[in-house]
Design a protein around this ligand. Structure first.
Ligand code: HEM
Length: 339
């Protein structure tokens, strides 16, 4: 793709979104902190600027949910959300010190013991999925491995029966689509319906787990306490469950699928890993760098400030593009290559 005129760049166009890396490079060279024309959104693409932003929650707040909640001018969408639970700030859209309260709870729920205990079960699920198609000449790896594996893992952890797995995918996709803010009106309505359905499903499950606790994440969230001994409110617990659901699903699917594609495109690296499986953890890091399953995130300026020499007014939104920073040639030599 040749250079684009930044004053005419439509960052969200299908063309740019399909392969944004040339645009990222151009932005890094010409306007590393680029204000989208006609908006109060600044796109940040350099590694050092991104790092500075995400390490300074005082200046750059994670409370960007206003951006999500004011998204629709469609009355129908708002009316549907009105039938669900209030959305409160917990993890992703909360700042310190309050963020720490919820984060401590998540750390407790995702204890090393629980994660380590998942290992053999995840291996078993992976083998079962692979056994289903290993003798076939061709496989749709995305739909027969990369999508179902995280859904199985997260559903088991959340205590959702296998018969209801398609709901998990639907709810996760709706939440991710809402966060991505690229949905048209029809999709926004469907997202709202799916998210409210999700809220009522898990509100009922939380009640059941409070009555009869089990060994799963929902049960822990239902019964652990915060703030000197109180249980989470339903909106707090639902907010956290929604984030775990989305964070655990699409990211892992993209990482697995992107990793396989990278290894196919880099047969020498693939051969090296087969010979030296001890290099797999380093390869996973490299896959996460190149694939960057969470390609970007939002921050909001809490006061007039500067980043990368550019003035940012209070209240402006910063779209930090991890996917750009992860290939920044000033940090990673030949940043687009797998090494
Ligand atoms: C390859 C897989 C994953 C990637 C690349 C990824 C990436 C990220 C990133 C970049 C953030 C920080 C966002 C920010 O700075 O505001 C984040 C937050 C989070 N992720 Fe993940 N994630 C992955 C897998 C998971 C999984 C499997 C879970 C849970 C099952 C999870 C749960 C969360 C939660 C709860 C948060 C919010 C944390 C907080 O605010 O303290 N993620 N993730």
């Amino acid at each position: 793709m040749s250079k684009v005129k930044l004053s005419e760049l439509d960052f969200f166009s299908a063309e740019v979104q399909e392969c944004p890396f040339h645009v990222y490079q151009q932005l890094q060279q010409e306007a590393p902190v680029w204000q989208m024309p006609g908006t109060n959104v600044f796109v940040v693409t350099r590694y050092d600027d991104i790092r500075e932003i995400i390490r300074d929650p005082g200046r750059f707040s994670s409370s960007f949910s206003a951006l999500l909640n004011t998204g629709s001018s469609n009355e129908e969408v708002n009316a549907i959300y009105g039938q669900g639970y209030e959305m409160v700030e917990t993890l992703l859209t909360q700042d310190p010190p309050r963020h720490r309260v919820y984060r401590n709870l998540v750390n407790k729920v995702f204890s090393n013991k629980r994660i380590e205990g998942m290992r053999s079960e995840v291996e078993k699920m992976s083998n079962e999925l692979i056994d289903q198609w290993i003798d076939e000449p061709e496989v749709d790896l995305l739909n027969r491995f990369c999508v179902p594996l995280p859904i199985y893992v997260i559903s088991d952890q959340l205590g959702v029966p296998r018969s209801e797995l398609s709901l998990i995918k639907k709810w996760s996709d709706a939440s991710a689509s809402r966060l991505g803010r690229l949905a048209d009106e029809e999709e926004q309505i469907q997202n709202a319906k799916d998210i409210v359905e999700f809220q009522h499903y898990f509100a009922a499950l939380l009640d059941r787990m409070r009555e009869a606790p089990e060994d799963n994440i929902i049960s822990d969230l239902a019964n652990n306490t915060i703030d000197e001994g109180r249980l989470l409110t339903k909106p707090e617990a639902l907010g956290m469950i929604q984030q775990i659901l989305v964070a655990g699903n699409e990211t892992s699917t993209s990482a697995i699928a992107g990793g396989v594609v990278l290894l196919i495109q880099n047969p020498d690296q693939q051969a090296m890993l087969r010979q030296h499986p001890d290099l797999i953890p380093a390869a996973v890091e490299e896959i996460l760098r190149l694939e960057t399953p969470t390609s970007g995130m939002w921050r909001r300026a809490t006061a007039d400030t500067k980043i990368g020499g550019v003035d940012i007014p209070e209240g402006a939104f910063l779209m930090v593009r991890f996917a750009a920073g992860n290939r920044d040639e000033s940090i990673f030599t030949d940043g687009g290559a797998m090494s």
